[in-house]
Design a protein around this ligand. Sequence first.
Ligand code: WT7
Length: 650
Amino acid sequence: MSDAYVHRVKPAWKKHALIDAETYEKWYRDSIKNPDRFWGKHGKRIDWFKPYTKVKNTTFSGKVSIKWFEDGVTNASYNCIDRHLKKRGNQTAIIWEGDNPYDDKKITYRELYEHVCRLANALKARGVKKGDRVTIYMPMIPEAAYAMLACARIGAIHSVVFGGFSPDSLAGRIQDCESDFVITADEGVRGGRKIPLKENTDKAIAIAEKAGAKVRHVLVVRRTGGKIDWVEGRDLWYHEETRNQKPDCKPEKMKAEDPLFILYTSGSTGKPKGVLHTTGGYLVFASMTHQYVFDYHDGDIYWCTADVGWVTGHSYIVYGPLANGAITLMFEGVPNYPDAARFWEVVDKHQVNIFYTAPTAIRALMGAGDHFVKKASRKSLRVLGTVGEPINPEAWEWYYRVVGEERCPIVDTWWQTETGGILISPLPGAIDLKAGSATKPFFGIQPQLVDDQGNEITGPGAGNLCLVDSWPGQMRTVYGDHKRFVETYFSTYKGKYFSGDGCRRDEDGYYWITGRVDDVLNVSGHRLGTAEVESALVSHEKVSEAAVVGYPHDIKGQGIYCYVTLMAGEKGSEALKKELIEHVRKEIGPIATPDKIQFAPGLPKTRSGKIMRRILRKIAEDDYQSLGDTSTLADPSVVEDLIGNRQNKK
Ligand code: WT7
């Protein structure tokens, strides 16, 4: 290995690890050569009420059909709870750490069982049935996990909506999957501030019902006791509904391909898509990747800092760890509250062994200074992980040297909402690390780089990242719109799943994700479509047109740059910029807060009217030298204006 930033597997990692280099190579070869045999064996890591006889039945061509373990019968909630009770009934399942550092609690597997069963019975008593969609709009409290597992237990499909999304965004998600039951809390608490979840839910339901939706019930967890409005007959208190329910509830028999959950995610066009994951394959893949990528051993304390509103929280706070009988830490707060030492103090307090977070948090904490890290011992840490966006080598090295004291391998895990679990990542103890590289594919994963014409690039090179065959955790469809599923993922390069990411493969066969090549932004590891931000902007009465692009941002990875054309007669001002920023926050949520707004009298368009974002990206990056060919523009002078306008402001 010639590259700088190589960190070879240390003897201590290898000694501890479940998988060494030889095993990785062998299993990987086996998994590709004979997927039926490989997954037929590993599918047994979860319990089945009726064992499968068929393993893989998938095609990426034509109508695209993905089925795994299709004749098997199981239940995700059973696998995450019941099957552990005999051995670990009294072991902690969830460690909850509140926003307030004095607030925490531990929930054993036995207690988890009772909470989940009571809630499952309460949902049934209110008429929730197998196949119904239940929307979960919750803060990071144990009830969020109970809600997911209670749905899974009775075969209801959950759709978790991140608590930071606006009423409008929540309304869209309720409508899209025709969900008539919402679980929320009175208020959430993050960084000492309250988030009006119930109030947002009320607003969302009003919006959704105007559009024809009908929400029968809202189940409300009392988190803060703050004042909320109450709709008699519709709204129900969680503690009242669950109190008198039996602490036992038989898990529904689910076919492997019965839906487990829907999770909305942004694409390059249109409204967010409802990514559908099913039961058997998803759970096999989430639990297996959790065990091997994090080198999880019995009794380890594992902490993923994500929110359950994102797929990372689904697969690596709830389903993967609990299916493995792990101890999973759930954190309500934020990295910098009360101060930037919080993560490391929580690590010491709960003796965390495995820690998984996002590059944006690492960069922000790196900026806050090493003394915050050094306030805590961190001696319990053994493995560090990162996910959500490319990590720059400087941040990687800081994480490795300062946080992990060169003792802990870093697993840089590449995956997506659509993939259900980790696809490219080092395995500690098996794969040498390179700062900034997600390294090698997990078992069964066949990455392929293709050029823009779809020709395969072999050996070292760069291109568009595709997967040429299926894996058990893959999404099965876009909820209610299979055509969109096929068009979005399998039509750009026929017969291949296209991830939307650009990627380089080096001379050692290591993968380096370079970021999205489509119109998807990645802001602090949160995914947003440029089209969504644009449609929020043009919904403002003074805006006639908008074009949104990403630009490099030191902490967030990407910032949001908006070019806005105003209605005739309107004048741009600082006050209007503020108003537009507020407007976008209200329409989508704080994660979509624009960083920069530039008023543009005209946008660069081709003669057929297509906005040339390539040019707008370059201007946003202050890179005026490589604008490329502008001769196809309907009015090339627009570009001069935009540049002049941008430079004047500096
Ligand atoms: C996009 C998926 C998967 C959970 C969190 C995000 C980017 C994700 C990495 C990584 C470079 C990464 C990609 C991907 N991404 N992990 N380790 N290195 N980029 O899930 O919201 O579905 O976003 O996040 O661009 O396509 P998501």
